[in-house]
Design a binder for this molecule. Structure first.
Ligand SMILES: [Zn+2]
Length: 658
């Protein structure tokens, strides 16, 4: 599929009076594309202007209004580099619109790559300031649009313009949702982009600056792409790649001195979009390109976007070779810092992880459900055991994050907590159900599974004064008149509690679509409804119903364990002994965000091993009636894959998914 083009003659209306970034530049490129017959066989599209709302994804509204007013008043010089004419505001909206449109086309699968040839350029524009010929930051708006409006979670911006993309860096300096990589001559305008500018806060490690010596040339760029940029992109696995493809590193550029030939640029393009089959680009690919005119001479700037698919995994990347180092232009004092910074990035480390003390601050355990349910209890009991056994000495706070049977929790972990080493979330069968229903665009491969620790069995229960005394009598009535039975549960339709009863129905030969399942927000709400008499049957986990069982409020008709449980539960029959061969274990465990470093995973595997063998944990198992169910590493990952596949096939058989 060819690279499509977005451009417009309207970009010529942005007049700059003799400035190198002038209308003729765009005209020359358009003309050359036509002469070389490069426009044949590809879509050439007119852009639509971006709205102020879209611009406001990056830019301050007051600043946008200021540029509009300045242009409409006739314009003038904003600074010695940046000229604005009467039409400039509308033309600038069109440039941003072209970049956004490129993202949409790639996102919608209409194009695989898009080149947006636009004026004015954008990568120097800061959220509240125009500079370096740039009014609005086309590529930054496009990236933020992809994240906010199209729901992507990882966008990479590669800026190979010979100048540092200061505005783009500013926009994403504190986020891990955009990986910004810039190669630029050093020293040169605008003076930012030192190697030790590597991001801050959550964005630490997600800005990679490669300040280069003059004369780096084709070979130098190739080595940097092969040894540094390629591995970093492969590690990050962006869903979309945007390129600020300025061509001012070209050897004929009168002011920059990078000595790159057209073959060098071709090499960069090939490396940014490797052929199909390369593991960095499995799946669909696409690109957006925005032209940009830099400070002097022949300049083009392009942004390109490319969509990738593929699971995100924890990865450790080391540079392939070390010849790239000689191209970095740094003062002797800074050299060590830069090399450390780059190596830290390549090792996939995060702040704090290199420090000897881990955990270095309070930990968060996310229970992706309301208080009182199985996930909440798992988080709280684990926190308690870790503290009582002094395995963890920093505070652990349990955060309830209900919604979508774990969907809200995993989306939070993937999009907001990437690389955060101080947060763990509870997972389990219910989350498998959520993933199987594709309620979120993730699987277990998008996060870092740490451990499975327990299994809990399901119970089928009724109110104490119900006329149903056995599972058999319940199922007989259900077979005769499925509509007479309403089943309440704490999970979403198609999730665990529904699935339990649906599988039972299937086993006794009832059309599973006849199950009247009423989903409640959590197990406690489902329990309240059975006690209140608004539902007939409760499908829930044993641990969530234990207190009610002990208080004599409900009658458990069956437990899905392979054999009877002991102690106070010895009188509860299994489904199996009532002639329904049904065993269902609801397992639970913990996972961490994407990009959790290997040493942190090892820490938690060791710590959980100690906890699970402790006296405190033995007591908790006794109290909660959980059974030990312990898996880590490869065995855990294999189990999760299998659990997901099995659940999907059951749901498909039941007609709950396609
Ligand atoms: Zn430039």
């Amino acid at each position: 599929m060819p690279t499509d083009l977005i451009t417009s003659d309207r970009f010529l209306l942005h007049e700059t009076y003799g400035h190198p970034e002038r209308p003729e530049r765009l005209r020359a490129i358009q003309e050359r594309l036509r002469q070389a017959k490069l426009l044949e066989g590809r879509a050439v599209l007119e852009p639509e202007p971006a709205s102020v709302e879209t611009l406001a994804l990056i830019h301050d509204r007051a600043y946008i209004a200021e540029i509009e007013a300045f242009a409409h008043a006739g314009g003038g010089w904003l600074d010695p580099d940046t000229y604005v004419c009467r039409e400039s505001y509308e033309v600038a909206l069109l440039a941003v619109g072209a970049a956004v449109q490129a993202v949409d086309r790639v996102g919608d699968g209409q194009s695989r790559r898009v080149f947006a040839l636009v004026r004015p350029p954008g990568h120097h524009a800061e959220p509240r300031r125009a500079m370096g010929f740039c009014l609005f930051n086309n590529i930054a708006v496009a990236a933020q649009y992809a994240l906010v409006c199209r729901g992507l979670s990882r966008v990479a911006i590669l800026d190979w313009d010979v100048h540092h993309g200061n505005g783009t860096q500013t926009a994403f300096y504190e986020t891990d949702t955009v990986l910004f990589i810039s190669l630029h001559q050093w020293p040169l305008y605008p003076g930012t982009g030192r190697g030790d500018e590597i991001g801050r806060g959550r964005g630490f490690g997600y800005t990679l600056n490669l300040p280069l010596r003059p004369g780096t040339g084709d070979e130098g760029y190739r080595e940097l792409f092969d040894q540094v940029i390629g591995p970093r992109l492969a590690q990050y696995r962006p869903e979309l790649l945007l390129v600020s493809a300025g061509f001012d590193a070209h050897r004929l550029d009168p002011l920059a001195s990078m000595d790159v030939t057209e073959f060098g640029f071709a090499g960069m393009a090939v490396r940014a979009w490797p052929p199909e089959g390369d593991r960095r680009c499995a799946g669909r690919a696409g690109a957006a390109v925005a032209a940009r005119v830099p400070r002097h001479g022949v300049r083009r700037r392009a942004q390109s976007a490319r969509r990738k698919t593929g699971a995100t995994g924890r990865s450790e990347v080391t540079p392939r070779g070390s010849t790239w180092r000689k191209y970095l232009e740094v003062t002797p004092m800074r050299r060590a810092v830069v090399l450390v910074a780059v190596l830290v990035l390549l090792a996939g480390l995060v702040p704090g992880s290199a420090a000897p003390a881990y955990p270095s601050k309070a930990l968060e355990f996310i229970a992706p459900a309301g208080p009182g349910g199985g996930w909440d209890t798992t988080a709280r009991m684990t926190a308690k055991a870790l503290a009582e056994e002094k395995l963890i000495t920093v505070p652990i706070s349990v955060i309830n994050m209900p919604g979508g049977s774990g969907a809200v929790g995993i989306a939070h972990m993937v999009t907001r907590r990437r690389g955060d080493t101080h947060v763990l979330a509870v997972m389990g069968s219910a989350l498998t159900g959520t993933l199987a229903r594709r309620a979120v665009p993730y699987t277990y491969r998008d996060v870092t599974p740490i451990v499975a620790i327990t299994a809990d069995y399901q119970v089928i229960a009724v109110r104490k004064d119900s006329t149903f005394n056995t599972l058999k009598t319940l199922l007989e009535v259900f077979k005769r008149d499925p509509g007479a039975i309403t089943v309440g549960g704490g999970s979403a339709p198609g999730a665990l509690d529904h699935l339990t009863f649906a599988q039972l129905a299937g086993l006794v030969g009832v059309d599973v679509t006849k199950v009247r399942y009423v989903p409640f927000g959590d197990g406690a709400a489902a329990m309240a409804s059975i006690l209140g008499g608004t539902t007939t049957v409760l499908s829930s986990s044993l641990s969530e119903t234990l207190a009610n069982i002990e208080a004599g409020q409900i009658r458990v008709l069956a437990v899905t364990a392979p054999q009877r449980l002991g102690g106070a539960l010895r009188d509860i029959p299994t489904a199996r002994e009532q002639g329904v061969d049904f065993v269902f274990a609801n397992w639970r465990g913990f996972y961490m965000p994407p990009e959790t470093p290997a040493e942190v995973v090892r820490f938690w595997e060791d710590t959980f091993a100690k906890m699970l063998g402790s006296r405190t944990w033995a007591r908790i198992l006794q109290e909660t009636r959980w059974e030990p169910f312990v898996l880590t590493g490869d065995r855990l990952r294999q189990f999760l894959d299998r659990d997901l596949t099995t659940t999907q096939s059951v749901l498909r058989d039941l007609g709950l998914i396609r």
